[in-house]
Design a protein around this ligand. Sequence first.
Ligand code: THU
Length: 130
Amino acid sequence: MAEIITNAELLKLAGEAAGKAYCIYSGFSVGAALLTDDGRVFTGCNIENASYSLTVCAERAAIFKAVSEGYRGFKAIAIVGGENGDLSQPCPPCGACRQVMSEFCDGGFKVILTNGEYTLDELLPVRFEL
Ligand code: THU
């Protein structure tokens, strides 16, 4: 049986991922740890680019890693981020990442921040879907 992973453990993994952020333009590092339905964790960090709009957020990096490895069902994501390595303040996901979450996750998907947890329904109550 898969081990239960706590919010604190997922936040710790997100913090480790933030340490790998490539954020030489903003100095704002973000890390995400995505929990699959079967208890695996995929992490991601933000990856910036000199052509700024090509930057990929940490959350999408984690989701795309998991989806490209064949995973489609997700329970939760922990996110931490901040300037100059200070990850203590909550770092809510941007709108684009919420929309990408909504592609693969149902409304009960948990988004875990340093100040508590939210559901995707709370963060994106009126969703665009095809
Ligand atoms: N960023 C993320 O990684 N996730 C978000 O949800 C919001 C912003 C990154 C993008 C950029 O590298 C830096 O944070 C500052 O915007």
